[in-house]
Design a binder for this molecule. Structure first.
Ligand SMILES: [Zn+2]
Length: 735
């Protein structure tokens, strides 16, 4: 108080002395002095109180504060939100785990005589711990209060010990620190889409990274304090748990996709390049073209989200031992990155769908044109080849797509001009990010042509998807617009964000960004694309019992002439009202001769075969005997019972000799005969004669006739001429 009056006198003196000074300055100084005084007084008050406490009750307080230190103020960790699929299946969740903490000081200072023995005995009984080590620690670090003896124990492990502790007051100095552990119940499923989280709750890749702050919450805190009569009171500020992400992913579809990707890779593992998987890269996207929702997305290989740094499934112990930090980092990033959104490539002939849609929609193309393909077209002095070097002859617009004729497409490009083509490609979002809600989407703005710089040959090769780069997700979203009535939807994975108590925070409605082409153009394109799969290069992709539409792609990689290709297939079903788009891209299939889109088509066919019935898309086409057998093996059709199969063995009624059935009866086939399918043509092979048979009619197919009518699927045969092109522009196979 003396000090205060002294200070007050000083303030008064100051006031008198500076009475004539600037008023503003005086006010400011006054305020500062008052503030200073308040702070000073607060400190003085606090010090006095502390000195008093120390003197009067020091020992008692010291004891209690120290012994309770760790208990009194602790963080209550929040629980990171879950990631669930469209059916509510948990793909990622956080589970509370417990770290076992030893308070050596509490044990040593316990009033219970047998505290140390009892505590060690209980620890030994309930946990898998090195009790000698703990015993040594307690005696050598008598004052330690925080020693982590075990990490991330599950509740089931901790609970019996806690019960024992309650019953025996001699068990002291052991407490449990709570934290959460991220768990991925499906281990590798959708790994590059989900991403993963370390113990710091920081998402890496995929949804975990993109939605990191949404998934995270806020820690709570528990404070202990002593009341006036020295009893310990607690206040708790509860943690706020993170939000849950509901996604459009479907675990069943994702499983089907991954099964066939694995099958492809295992089939072709080491086939041509001894140390490689079945290809250099592979991606599959399954999406709903009417909403932009992703149903499944995968690249190969997957990794274990519960152990993302484990390279042992992919490299030998020796190889891993030889890696330095940088090599290790590179290997992990290659594994973690999502090929479907992070890698770019030339799309090849799948892009012809966008080129023809642009021609029709702009009115530069009527659809009634015909073109003559002699196998090559000279553009500004550069001969650019068609994949069929002997030429397709006269083709209509639809046939140009069906047979994937590069020459016809180059004519179409010339007809519409570079401005029109580039305007439409831009509207299809080529060169722009799709802004899908996953972390790691590549930018492609520098990987597409600037229309002002385009020369005639640039336009020519652009029409069949060369000369510019895309990501898979760009292509799938653009193609969806071609066949859904012309609407471009922003692709997305999350459909709803829920708070920890289950209430909806945000519904993510489909975002239609633009009308790229008219619905009339889209209808025409659906017909053309269905023709591709009925008559043209896409027949291999057709699942039994369905009509689908689609487009094949075979793009020769840079540098041209090295024989490396990206083969692909983009398909949709049903044709009238597309519900699903399946896009398969295989980068450098590990085979001697790569340029065959059939590799991608077979994978797409397998996926369609299983997901269409699952999505309640009904079969409209007749099933052959072979089809029925295949579908029964996949449990898509119920197996015929014993009696019926006996009937089949003695089949002699001749009713089904053409291999066709009414789709309901399994009679008529010889169950002993298994037909192999020729991967190049999609035809089945007669096991007796080796002759190729049409998979639907079982009529012999004459490969020679295909050059004339183009209807037998033989155009999928190897086209080995691609590498011999010595011109400046080698157009690649492109069918
Ligand atoms: Zn052609």
């Amino acid at each position: 108080m003396e000090q205060r009056s002294y200070q007050n006198r000083k303030v008064r003196r100051n006031r008198r002395r500076k009475a004539n000074a600037n008023r503003f300055q005086i006010r400011m100084q006054k305020k500062l002095v008052v503030l200073f005084l308040i702070i000073l007084l607060a400190f003085i008050g606090l010090s006095v109180k502390l000195i008093y406490i120390n003197k009067v009750d020091g020992e008692r307080y010291k004891k209690q504060i120290l012994s309770q230190q760790e208990y009194d103020s602790k963080t209550l960790p929040y629980k990171r939100g879950e990631i669930v699929d469209a059916n509510g299946t948990k793909l990622a969740y956080s589970e509370k785990v417990y770290n076992l903490i030893i308070d050596a000081k509490a044990i040593n200072n316990s009033k219970k005589e047998n505290a140390l023995t009892e505590t060690l005995q209980a620890l030994d009984q309930y946990f898998d711990l090195d009790i000698n080590a703990i015993s040594n620690y307690i005696s050598q670090n008598a004052n330690s209060q925080y020693y982590v003896a075990a990490k991330q124990l599950e509740y089931e492990t901790v609970a019996p010990f806690q019960e024992a502790k309650q019953e025996n007051s001699a068990i002291v100095g052991v407490w449990f620190e709570e934290e959460y552990k991220r768990k991925y119940p499906y281990n590798t499923l959708a790994s590059s889409v989900i991403g993963f989280t370390g113990s710091d709750n920081n998402g890496t890749y995929g949804l975990e990274e993109y939605y990191n702050t949404t998934l995270n919450g806020t820690n709570g805190r528990e404070y202990g304090y002593l009341t006036e009569d020295s009893t310990l009171e607690r206040t708790t500020i509860a943690a706020q748990d993170g939000c849950t992400l509901v996604t459009s992913l479907d675990t069943n579809i994702q499983n089907i996709v991954e099964k066939y990707m694995k099958q492809f890779n295992e089939e072709h593992k080491g086939e041509y390049r001894p140390d490689d998987d079945g290809c250099s890269n592979m991606g599959v996207i399954v999406m709903n073209p009417q909403t932009g929702e992703i149903l499944a997305m995968s690249d190969y290989p997957n990794f274990d989200l519960n152990n993302p740094k484990d390279l042992t499934p992919f490299y030998s112990e020796e190889e891993i031992a030889q890696m330095d930090d940088e090599a290790m980092y590179d290997a992990l990033n290659r594994l973690w990155r999502n090929y479907c959104i992070s890698d770019t490539y030339e799309p090849g002939s799948v892009a012809k769908a966008m080129t023809i849609a642009a021609g029709l929609d702009s009115g530069k193309l009527t659809g009634n044109e015909t073109y003559v393909c002699n196998g090559v077209l000279e553009v500004s002095g550069h001969p650019i080849k068609c994949h069929k070097h002997i030429g397709h002859g006269v083709v209509t617009v639809s046939q140009a797509l069906e047979q994937s004729c590069n020459v016809a497409l180059m004519h179409i490009g010339e007809q519409m001009g570079k401005e029109t083509l580039m305007k439409y490609l831009y509207n299809f979002n080529i060169g722009l990010k799709t802004n899908i809600d996953l972390s790691g989407e590549a930018r492609t703005n520098t990987l597409v042509y600037n229309v002002d710089d385009m020369v005639a040959s640039d336009l020519a090769i652009s029409t069949f998807g060369q000369g510019y780069n895309v990501t898979m997700i760009q292509m799938a979203a653009a193609f969806s617009a071609v066949i859904n009535g012309g609407k471009y939807y922003q692709p997305h994975v999350v459909t709803e964000i829920k708070s920890a108590d289950g209430t909806t925070v945000e519904k993510v409605e489909p975002r239609m960004l633009k009308q790229v082409i008219s619905s009339t153009t889209s209808d025409t394109m659906k017909t053309y694309l269905a023709n591709v799969c009925t008559f043209g290069t896409g027949k291999t992709a057709v699942p039994a019992g369905y009509l689908i539409g689609g487009k094949t792609g075979t793009a020769e990689k840079q540098p041209r002439g090295d024989g490396n290709y990206v083969v692909s297939f983009m398909g949709f079903a049903p044709v009238d009202d597309p519900q699903v788009v399946v896009y398969v891209v295989i980068d450098e299939p590990n085979v001697e001769s790569q340029p065959h889109s059939t590799y991608a088509q077979e994978v797409a066919k397998n996926i369609f075969t299983e997901i269409l019935p699952y999505l309640n898309v009904f079969r409209t086409e007749e099933l052959s005997e072979e089809d029925i057998e295949q579908l029964q093996k996949l449990h898509i059709l119920p197996s015929t019972d014993a009696e019926e199969s006996t009937d089949g063995e003695n089949n002699g009624d001749g009713e089904n000799t053409d291999g066709q059935t009414d789709g309901e009866s399994a009679e008529g086939g010889d169950p002993e005969v298994t037909y192999q399918v020729d991967p190049q043509t999609g035809n089945v092979i007669d096991p007796n004669s080796g002759q190729q048979l049409d998979p639907n009619t079982f009529e012999p197919v004459d490969p020679k006739s295909s050059d004339l009518d183009g209807l037998t699927g033989v155009e999928n045969k190897p086209q080995d001429e691609t590498g011999d092109d010595t011109t400046e522009i080698s157009a690649g196979a492109g069918f």
